[in-house]
Design a protein around this ligand. Structure first.
Ligand SMILES: Cc1cc2nc3c(=O)[nH]c(=O)nc-3n(C[C@H](O)[C@H](O)[C@H](O)COP(=O)(O)OP(=O)(O)OC[C@H]3O[C@@H](n4cnc5c(N)ncnc54)[C@H](O)[C@@H]3O)c2cc1C
Ligand code: SF4
Length: 517
């Protein structure tokens, strides 16, 4: 398998962030940025901060193994938690704690969770496909996971298709390539064609897992494809996504970038008849399981957005520091706004971690988080970072958007003037004030607002997708029964049993009668 593609001079298992960064070199990826092919993404100043953020997932594992690693049942060794299948509620909870910590350390999207959530969703879904159709997917997936763990590779999760006319299913689009599909079959495997949009960390990954993005009908048979392929597979083109203020990374300074070392990454990935061998195919034509896969993946991923509470910790710290530098740190309304930011931030964490604690076992034995609470978490995430950004900008003052450039500050004649007139508290260097202002700008308007704001809105599904899931699980007739009972209104027969004994769904999970659903 991938050993053939491995450079023999590279370590077999990537242990540190530096090992990881070196492993990305020399892959001859076809990456376009600003209309040009990128010779080596690792050395590109606009791309490198996103690689540094991913590298942090390796460094955290080395520094805090109890948080970043876990014993694998497949290799018998400790492996990176991002490659682990959660076999208990505690495993699911620790994913969230690791995500919050990495958000704190990078202040951005560290990109590795999509693959983690895809592996975990696929683990239970392949088990259930095999159970129904006697297919070989689950064993193949385990072999793939074992290989990923042995090398400590990064996996990107490619679900979102470009989708064309959103009102039409894949098979009724004017152009069949608007959803990724099988274009050709051979005895050895399949060729796929189409494009995946907004792919987080794809160029920084070693492998991609492609998955359908929505519920499929029998006519969509050729769109029901799940498979793993190396990022450097022949026929893939990556078009780098622009981020607000991204070219500041090309200017060479340290201040104006805001967060010099870390950023997220997204790209459009175009597949032009890319081959997937049979042993890397985990769904092929089982359209009836596409909805289950999408729902389980988004369930894991929506509570993964606890990452934003870690990023929020940085923003709260930046806002508080700015208030201090301005000499107003003790003002009561400032303290109150910091309390409000903290309250909002912990609301994200609380709902995400609750979803993880309320995990239950699937038929495969893998644990999955509570879907209702995962959707509540993600729905908060579609709003809270925007309000926190507003509060941070309030505390920062207008200079957050009118600050002169670093080049002006370094200018021989201008520098001393700016140093004098941009000063806040007398004992705080002007440069420190500028650095914090740029960090707040970076997180709320610049490069990392992609991860903190708009990804919070659309990533893992736009707000309406969560409302649909909440609607499906809100057990409204049961709640009506509770109200009717207390109000002294007769219960219809259909509700009598439900009220006496909670039969299933969300409340079964709340009150502990776990079942495989
Ligand atoms: C920064 C970022 C990172 C991401 N990372 C990944 C990743 O790593 N992997 C991945 O697979 N995906 C990723 N996504 C994709 C994400 O899941 C999608 O953005 C999301 O599902 C919304 O899809 P869309 O962007 O095509 O928006 P659209 O589907 O165009 O939605 C736009 C609006 O139209 C509405 N709408 C859409 N379809 C319908 C319909 N049929 N009927 C009525 N209303 C409709 C939506 O509710 C929304 O309000 C990422 C997105 C972002 C922004
Ligand atoms: S947005 Fe958060 S959950 Fe998604 S990949 Fe980035 S850090 Fe992970």
């Amino acid at each position: 398998m991938s050993e053939d593609r491995q450079d023999p001079t590279r370590p077999q298992k990537l242990l540190t962030g530096d090992d990881y960064i070196e492993s990305l070199r020399g892959r001859n990826l076809k990456v376009f940025l600003f209309g040009e092919l990128v010779a080596e993404p690792v050395d590109h100043p606009l791309i490198r901060p996103s690689i540094n953020a991913m590298a942090k997932t390796y460094d955290l594992a080395a520094a805090q193994p109890e948080l970043g690693t876990v014993m694998s049942p497949f290799t018998g060794e400790r492996v990176n938690r991002f490659l682990h299948i959660a076999m208990s509620a505690e495993d699911v909870v620790r994913q969230n704690k690791m995500q919050r910590r990495l958000g704190q350390l990078t202040g951005t999207c560290f990109q590795r969770c999509v693959g983690m959530d895809a592996l975990n969703a696929l683990y239970s879904v392949t088990y259930e496909i095999d159970e129904k159709y006697a297919t070989p997917y689950h064993a193949r997936l385990i072999a793939f996971i074992r290989e990923m763990q042995q090398h400590n590779y990064v996996i990107g999760g490619a679900m979102t298709d470009v989708k064309g006319d959103r009102s039409k299913p894949p098979s009724q689009q004017a152009d069949p390539d608007l959803y990724l599909h099988i274009s050709r079959r051979t005895p050895e495997g399949v060729y796929i064609r189409g494009a995946k949009a907004h792919q987080t960390g794809c160029i920084n990954s070693h492998w991609l897992i492609v998955m359908p993005t929505l519920r499929l009908e029998p006519d969509d048979h050729d769109y029901a494809i799940v498979g793993a392929l190396p990022v450097e597979a022949e026929g893939i083109t990556y078009v780098y996504g622009r981020q607000s203020c991204d070219t500041r990374s090309l200017e060479g300074g340290e201040i104006d970038v805001g967060n010099q070392h870390y950023s997220g990454q997204e790209a459009l990935v175009i597949f032009e008849d890319v081959f997937i061998p049979n042993e890397m195919i985990f769904m092929d034509g089982e359209a009836d399981f596409a909805a289950m896969l999408v729902e389980r993946f988004t369930s894991y991923h929506r509570r993964s957005y606890v990452c934003k509470s870690g990023v929020g910790d940085v923003l709260i710290g930046a806002a508080a520091t700015m208030a201090e530098f301005n000499g107003v740190g003790q003002a009561s309304h400032i303290r109150d706004k910091l309390v409000e930011m903290t309250h909002l931030n912990e609301t994200i964490y609380a709902t995400g971690i609750a979803s993880s604690y309320q995990s239950h076992a699937t038929k495969s034995g893998a644990y999955i988080c509570d879907d209702m609470l995962a959707n509540v978490c993600k729905h908060h995430v579609t709003k809270i970072p925007y309000e926190m950004g507003r509060l941070a900008q309030d505390l920062a003052g207008g200079l957050v958007v009118t600050l002169p450039s670093e080049a002006d500050y370094r200018h021989e004649e201008l520098g001393p003037l700016l140093d004098k007139y941009l000063k806040g508290r007398d004992d705080v260097p002007t440069e420190h004030r500028m650095r914090i202002l740029r960090l707040i700008e970076n997180m709320t308007l610049g490069r990392n607002s992609v991860g903190y704001l708009t990804e919070s809105l659309h990533g893992a599904g736009s707000p309406q997708a969560q409302r649909i899931q909440i609607y499906r699980q809100m057990q409204i007739t049961f709640k009506q029964g509770l109200a009717r009972q207390l109000a002294g209104i007769d219960l219809p027969d259909s509700l009598t049993d439900d009220i006496g004994e909670i039969l299933g769904g969300y409340f079964a999970r709340v009150f502990g009668s776990f079942e495989n659903d």
